[in-house]
Ligand binder design. Structure first.
Ligand SMILES: Cc1ncc(COP(=O)(O)O)c(C=O)c1O
Length: 406
């Protein structure tokens, strides 16, 4: 992978922040966008802008074709059986909500159990608390000392009445990559459905929904070079056929009478109103860009960068990192705390040096409680990061430490 060449595709990386060259290490929050993605969106608005699935004019046909091509590209990316299994949503959060509202809300009063984990982003906790308030039991799998999922705990709490097991593929705080196949087997052996929050995995590694054997999977376009406002829910076609619509209105219908409406076929049954056409086109350009590099190469590059980062962090006194020590078992997300320095102070001082990282609870407060940390600083890498960025970060942390006398 030629990182220098990749960097050159990202206009924002030429920016100076506080007089310093930008070192962007916050891709777990959102990634930067290459010129190829920005151009695809611009080209659509300049040359093909029209609504989809409504107009018989040329522009309408072209816009519809581009939108549906994006669906095909996404289906191929995750090896879905057909593009019917791809629903465009706003983001991973909306994908999880769609499953909660459309599949589980109607059956909530019948009881049963949903199992999530302590390692989840709030997006994979809060929607289930809502469903829980409607009658389904909600349980959480714990985390082990080496930052993995407690499989013994899962085996203990799962039972015949479990309706859903939903876990993150890769933790946005610990970097941990969970053994999806192991969890999938346990879920299915117990008659449960299985959902994967792939917000932190699809951008970084090959993901195959058939190999993972999941019923539902969600991710966001903006974390994988795409624009904000476009995300994906993958669901097995049989589930989509049986699920109620999420939103009601135009585009999701076949025929409307004043008393009764026949809903559209999947996937359009779940895409009420004018969709994010430009977003889908931008996402396609992003997937094309990542495919050109190759997801195996991306994973290899990030594993190398993680290994290097963990090595450099281990040389820093009074800096605690969280997550597996083996780079092959995790993503390039390094959460840390500097002794006696609040993560917001660390992040602000790094920002003065042009280094952008995240600080706070990283939308994972239950995990923070488990870690015994109110907050963390988090550096996260992607295809455009290299050792120089990690050296800048580590040098920056040393500076922060000196300022605080740590
Ligand atoms: C693991 C994980 N799940 C879900 C989300 C939610 O993504 P979005 O805000 O794009 O819906 C995030 C975002 O950080 C995440 O890291």
């Amino acid at each position: 992978m030629d990182v220098e060449k990749i960097k050159a595709d990202f206009p924002i990386l030429k920016r100076k922040i506080n007089g310093k060259k930008l070192v962007y290490l916050d891709s777990a929050a959102t990634s930067q966008k290459p010129v190829q993605v920005i151009s695809a969106i611009k080209e659509y608005y300049e040359n093909r802008n029209a609504n989809v699935s409504r107009s018989v004019h040329k522009l309408g046909e072209e816009a519809t074709e581009a939108y549906e091509n994006a669906r095909k590209t996404v289906a191929k990316l995750i090896n879905a059986n057909s593009e019917k299994e791809i629903i465009f949503v706003r983001n991973a959060t909306e994908g999880i909500n769609l499953v909660a509202y459309s599949y589980f809300l109607p059956v909530a009063q019948a009881g049963g159990k949903i199992i999530s984990t302590v390692m989840e982003h709030h997006s994979n906790i809060v929607p289930w608390q809502f469903i829980n308030s409607m009658g389904i039991d909600l349980k959480f799998v714990g985390v082990t000392k080496d930052f993995g999922l407690d499989m013994e705990n899962l085996n203990k709490i799962i039972s015949a009445g479990t309706k859903l097991v939903t876990i993150t593929h890769a933790s946005n705080v610990l970097g941990t990559i969970n053994d999806i196949n192991q969890v999938s087997k346990i879920a299915h052996d117990n008659g449960s459905l299985f959902m994967v929050d792939a917000a932190q995995s699809v951008p970084h590694m090959p993901v195959d929904v058939q190999k993972l054997d999941c019923d539902f999977l969600v991710f966001s376009g903006h974390k994988m070079l795409g624009p904000t406002g476009i995300g994906v829910l993958y669901a097995k076609e049989e589930h989509l056929e049986n699920m109620k619509p999420f939103n009601y209105g135009g585009d999701m219908i076949k025929e409307v009478g004043l008393e009764k409406t026949a809903f559209n076929d999947v996937p359009w049954k779940f895409e009420a109103g004018t969709p994010n056409i430009a977003g889908a086109i931008g996402l396609k350009a992003a997937v094309d860009y990542l495919n050109r590099i190759g997801f195996n190469s991306i994973r290899k590059h990030e594993t190398k960068l993680t290994k290097y980062s963990l090595g450099e962090f281990s040389k820093l006194d009074n800096v605690e990192t969280y997550g597996p020590s083996d780079a092959t078992k995790r993503g390039c997300v390094i959460s840390f705390n500097i002794k006696n320095v609040h993560p917001h102070d660390a992040a602000s001082l790094l920002d003065r040096q042009g280094i952008a990282i995240r600080s706070g609870h990283a939308c994972a407060q239950p995990l923070m409680e488990w870690l015994g940390a109110k907050a963390v600083a988090r550096a996260s890498g992607y295809i455009y990061n290299d050792k120089n960025d990690i050296d800048a970060l580590v040098g920056g942390i040393e500076k922060v430490k000196r300022m605080f006398g740590v």
